[in-house]
Design a protein around this ligand. Structure first.
Ligand code: E4P
Length: 301
């Protein structure tokens, strides 16, 4: 799996690159906003050029328009201006730019993707929330689809009253083990004084159904499940679009999308840092260094 860093912070990009594991960078308008806030009088063009130089792998830069012509023109501008720096620009295009106010942008992303594909400008289709969107983007010729695994999990947690970052029994969702969910989510049992997660039938069906309905999105219950479903679809039809798992919140989610077969994960810098940590590793280092005998130390002198 390739690893991209999901940031517009130049220091974070350089630091991750110095570890020897970095394959690319993804930015978006919110990440650029964060970087701008930290600096006074930023020259955006120079800053983006610096980002492109900092890594020898794809750098995703996002368009901000909402119709086909705007997005195509912006993509060409981004590509012409920044690709010559290090030959690594990929243009991020939202799959669908409609909003609660207007459906005008519904197919504009797709059309822009198709145009950019014929022009040979590589694209990363962003804001993918379900596999069907990824299939359309791949058909339109995109190089990457970015399913927002973290936001999908956030949404599910929100709907069942769990807090962000709190784990929930994802394998049970895949297995359709609703009794385990019901128990985990502390739904009202049919009988008092009954505990355990293997007592089928103790939960009110309507309670279980309520949860099922509130968190299922066309039969998908987790961010990682979106990634594996897209993978299956792409391999069924030999589509060579890469699956780029995005919006990752923690090291556990990185593992989940890696297990689901993501081609790439784009990871915030603090999550990259979290990936290396384990208290048992720290303890192991202490133990090994305490056990070094002079005879062994001698060979290093
Ligand atoms: C990356 O390509 C995405 O824009 C990013 O991962 C979104 O992450 P967020 O859900 O934390 O905003």
């Amino acid at each position: 799996m390739k690893i991209f860093v999901d940031t517009a912070e130049i220091d974070e990009i350089k630091e991750a690159n110095s570890w020897g594991i970095l394959d690319g960078v993804t930015t978006n308008p919110s990440l650029i906003k964060k970087a701008v806030k930290k600096r006074e009088n930023i020259n955006m063009e120079d800053y983006i050029k610096e980002i492109c130089k900092a890594v020898d792998g794809p750098v995703s830069l996002e368009v901000i328009g909402s119709n086909r012509d705007e997005m195509v023109a912006q993509a060409e501008l981004l590509y012409d201006k920044f690709n010559p720096v290090n030959n690594n620009v990929v243009v991020k295009v939202p799959i669908n730019t409609s909003s609660p106010e207007t459906t005008a942008g519904k197919y504009e992303g797709l059309k822009a993707l198709k145009d950019l594909s014929s022009k040979g400008i590589p694209t990363n289709t962003t804001l993918i929330m379900k596999p069907a969107q990824a299939l359309l983007a791949a058909k339109a010729g995109t190089q990457y689809v970015s399913p927002f695994a973290g936001r999908i999990d956030d949404f599910i947690r929100n709907n069942v009253g769990l807090t962000r970052g709190e784990d929930y029994p994802k394998s049970a969702y895949h297995d359709g083990d609703w009794i385990r969910h019901a128990s985990y989510l502390k739904l009202k049992p049919r009988y008092e004084n009954l505990e355990g997660d293997d007592l089928a039938g103790i939960y009110f069906d309507e309670e279980v159904n309520k949860v099922k309905e509130s968190i299922s999105d066309e039969g998908i219950y987790t961010g990682a499940a979106v990634v594996s479903s897209i993978n299956r679809i792409f391999s069924n039809y030999e589509l060579d679009t890469a699956v780029l798992a995005a919006s990752l919140r923690n090291s556990r989610q990185v593992r989940e999308v890696a297990e689901a077969g993501a081609d790439v994960s784009t990871i915030p810098f603090h999550v990259l840092e979290e990936m290396i940590d384990h208290y048992k590793t720290e303890q192991g280092v202490i133990n090994f260094s305490e056990d070094v005998v002079p005879e062994y130390e001698g060979i290093f002198r």
